[in-house]
Design a protein around this ligand. Structure first.
Ligand SMILES: Nc1nc2c(ncn2[C@@H]2O[C@H](COP(=O)(O)OP(=O)(O)OP(=O)(O)O)[C@@H](O)[C@H]2O)c(=O)[nH]1
Ligand SMILES: [Zn+2]
Length: 189
């Protein structure tokens, strides 16, 4: 993020502090607008970026049946209230022609997708679509369990609700046994 946009965030946060009835000059919050700008720079770092680029493809002789990376933590911000939603993601794919990706790149892909204002459904689909684009595997499965603070600390005010979303493509959408194997292995609480 460039300095001009960080300054915009700082000024906006100063206005918000004033509008909620606090004093931006109060000693302990004087640095808050700058802190929020730095935090937003990180939290929203992938805003507007369409494609994940930070990966290498490896070729192996034998195809694994199913590669699963489970319980990947994520944090995002809902695009309706700019409040956090967070939880865990499970990602599976079935390689094609021995094409695989470094395992660490899957949590990196999750971060890439999450670091923008979004909704849970879009994050779920975007992770699946990016993996499909990168590897052209036989199939991709993504499931997300998340808590939404906009439902917990305001509005409906219901604590502890979990929202579950799934996206299946390729063989995972055609083969019910495979889909169930994924869902059983990754069963989310
Ligand atoms: N489908 C979906 N909805 C979401 C997500 N995050 C937040 N929402 C919902 O987005 C909706 C926005 O609805 P609005 O009626 O425009 O906003 P609101 O008046 O603040 O709604 P309440 O939260 O019901 O008070 C709410 O129902 C939220 O619960 C998400 O990831 N997916
Ligand atoms: Zn919300």
């Amino acid at each position: 993020m460039n300095e001009k946009n960080k300054t915009k965030i700082k000024n906006a946060v100063t206005d918000i502090i004033q509008a909620i009835g606090d004093d931006p000059e109060r000693a302990s919050i004087q640095e808050t607008p700058a802190r929020v700008a730095t935090a937003y720079e990180e939290i929203f770092s992938a805003t507007g970026k369409k494609h994940f680029e930070d990966y290498k493809i490896f070729n192996v002789d034998e195809n694994a049946d199913m590669v699963v990376v489970q319980d990947i933590p994520f944090y995002s911000m809902c695009e309706h209230h700019l409040l956090p939603f967070f939880g865990t993601v499970n990602v599976a794919y079935i390689p094609q022609n021995g094409k695989i990706i470094g395992l660490s790149k899957i949590p990196r892909l999750v971060n890439f997708v999450a670091r923008r204002p979004s909704v849970q459904e879009n994050i779920t689909v975007m992770i699946a679509d990016e993996l499909q684009r990168i590897l052209n595997p036989k199939g991709v499965a993504v499931s997300i369990s998340a808590r939404h603070l906009c439902m917990e600390m305001r509005g409906i005010n219901k604590s502890g609700l979990s929202t579950y979303t799934n996206k299946f493509s390729g063989v995972f959408s055609d083969d019910h046994e495979l889909k169930n194997e994924f869902l059983q292995q990754t069963r989310q609480k």
